[in-house]
Design a protein around this ligand. Structure first.
Ligand code: ADP
Length: 169
């Protein structure tokens, strides 16, 4: 009940999803799914201490992908990107935790795998910028927009995490 209230409140007031309730959108792209990297990527976020609140395997429609990447519509690789992202199923996820947007981006590495340090997902598991296996929201505002785009409210689960006192002081 508190959770439902929080979600409704958060959709009206952006500041509600802050602190340990901050959320980000992460997706394993079609190449990551084909290459059997889903479990590994999930594992990294779990091991870090973030809380999974949404998860689904889906074939994203062209419309959804065009909305998702709307800011890149003038880029020369835009059409190619939409084709790549629709070439197979993706695993869409929402992760929650303190500073999750910023830390998830660090865990992903740079857009171009060649600039990504070993130890990051893109640094460890890919070589080509147009096959970079994973997406992560680049700001709190993008996270909010992307979560609303990819997930219905009732697909996001609020649950009590027993390990929380071992993750946060
Ligand atoms: P990020 O995914 O790191 O936030 P962008 O939002 O800039 O990066 O780009 C979105 C996606 O578009 C990238 O993850 C990558 O799949 C693709 N992309 C970015 N730059 C290029 C490029 N120069 N050539 C081909 N694909 C690209």
């Amino acid at each position: 009940m508190i959770c439902l209230f929080m979600t409704i409140f958060a959709n009206i007031f952006q500041t509600a999803w802050t602190g340990v309730n901050e959320r980000t959108f992460v997706a394993v792209k079609p190449d990551g799914v084909q290459r059997r990297l889903v479990g590994l990527i999930l594992n990294r976020f779990e091991q870090k201490g973030f809380k999974l609140v949404g998860l689904k395997l889906m074939q994203a429609s062209e419309g959804l992908l065009k909305d998702h990447y709307i800011e890149l519509r003038e880029k020369p690789f835009y059409e190619h990107l939409i084709r790549y992202m629709s070439s197979g199923p993706v695993v869409a996820m929402v992760w929650q935790g303190f500073n999750v947007v910023k830390m998830a981006r660090k865990m992903l590495g740079e857009t171009n795998p060649a600039d990504s340090l070993p130890g990051t997902i893109r640094g460890d598991f890919c070589v080509d910028v147009s096959r970079n296996v994973v997406h992560g929201s680049d700001s709190i505002q993008s996270a909010r927009r992307e979560i609303l785009l990819w997930f219905r409210q009732d697909e996001l689960i609020c649950w009590d995490e027993s390990a929380e006192p071992w993750i946060y002081e």
